[in-house]
Design a protein around this ligand. Sequence first.
Ligand code: FAD
Length: 500
Amino acid sequence: MPNFKCKMTKFRSIFWHRRDLRIEDNIGLFEASKNSKTLIGVYILDPNLLNLNKTTSEAKNWFLGKSLLELQRNWEKRGSRLLILNGDPIKLIPKLAHLIKAECIYWNKNIEPYEINRDKKITDELTEEKKKVYTFLDHLIVNPNDIKTNSDEPYKVYGAFYRKWVDIINKTNLSNDNLIQIDSTPAKIFDLREKEISSIKNSDLNYCIIRKSKVVYDLISSNRFNNSNLCPCKPGESDSIKQLNLFIHSGTINSYNQARDIPSLESTSTLSAALSLGTLSCRSVWNGAQLSKTIAIDEYQLNSIDTWIKELAWREFYQNALLNFPELEQGPYRKKWLNFPWENRTDWFKAWENGITGIPIIDASMRQLKDSGWMHNRCRMIVASFLVKDLLIDWRWGERFFMKSLVDGDLASNNGGWQWSASSGMDPKPLRIFNPFRQASKFDEKGNYIRKWVPELSHISTPDLLSGEINSLERKGYPKPIINHKIQTSIFKELYSRIN
Ligand SMILES: Cc1cc2nc3c(=O)[nH]c(=O)nc-3n(C[C@H](O)[C@H](O)[C@H](O)COP(=O)(O)OP(=O)(O)OC[C@H]3O[C@@H](n4cnc5c(N)ncnc54)[C@H](O)[C@@H]3O)c2cc1C
């Protein structure tokens, strides 16, 4: 925990936004504003996190750019400003602190290995310069240090993790009243003097006034998600709050239990990007769920709300997993998977990426991802199983493609989801093979989802659409299945038995 020597006297401080693109209920920002005489915000466009081939996607860049615009306005409304710098934070944060003579630097911690290493270097440098660094845990409801087994080990199984997680929250009695509202202290955010702003502009810090910033503009202006309704995740703090309120007050949360698995329905919160980039706090979603419980009218609704809370716990489970086992980023948790003889056919991978495998539910899902930047959870599981267990392609190829495509691409959740689907992760059940036709029949009974995303099949009868047995005359350019599910999965099982 931070040492609050700064508390008594008010200092000149910087608050560094990272995955917390909001003003409200932001623990680090709240502490910074409480303890500072002068406070400005900074966001750094870190090239390591903006690599379109690896760490981000067009959709995520759009979400980020739009959210930064709103954050900038929110800082200005409160009498200060958000500087947007472009470059390596290891160089830029110490330089900025030096230039404006900031004594204290605040930020909320992240759990990804790259960020942990980067932040350590920055902390060391700032400390050497006699600056104070204060860091906080903001993006998880439960502190990972508190969530250990009786033998003080990290949890490796979700079920046990979940029980402990809920138990801790119930004991700490998190409620609406405990939400930290930065709004209640706007007078404590002060701007820099004009002279200081000019000295930043005249330095080599790549200072951008956001509305004129080329880099931020590039994220948004040429982006096909801009001014469109393509993506169901809505960027910015105010729209994220609206989205949460809608999910709760429209009653969608009350029927989550069954409806969440039907990809043709708008039955999930679509808050994943907001939670990943922090336009919404994890505490507000927890509190939202608690509020829903007070207005639920029966057991079914209460169960639905609990099921949604369990999804929030999956997010925290994977964040804890990556924090405790950073090697997950590189490969399988179960090391025997390193020896799996992948076939890695690039033509099959291309067909999968482009939604032209000839298997309707797979193609519908991949086209939803391509067109909207988001994919329904049920479909993520189906296409991941298909890539690994039918196409015999290394799950890390799929993981990378998801990061390059998803608006909510998040190392911990994405890696967790892929390792779960590949059976290479912590989950004790080792082998999950999804039959895409059975999945389609169960979760897209009427073929509505397939017809929406693969419109060239809209004339096909529902049974043929679900079974994938489409007459060649009716295909009209839609490809034949690239593989036979039965044959491929038996090959998979045989290869799998060799690594056991
Ligand atoms: C192969 C694969 C890859 C995935 N990649 C990502 C990713 O990069 N980023 C991401 O946020 N989620 C990922 N998920 C998890 C899940 O699919 C999405 O979080 C969910 O579909 C987002 O939709 P929603 O916001 O409507 O979720 P809701 O159903 O409304 O759930 C509420 C929130 O809980 C969290 N959540 C729900 N399910 C999961 C889960 N299985 N794992 C972790 N968190 C969960 C999300 O933050 C979500 O916003 C992946 C799942 C799989 C199987």
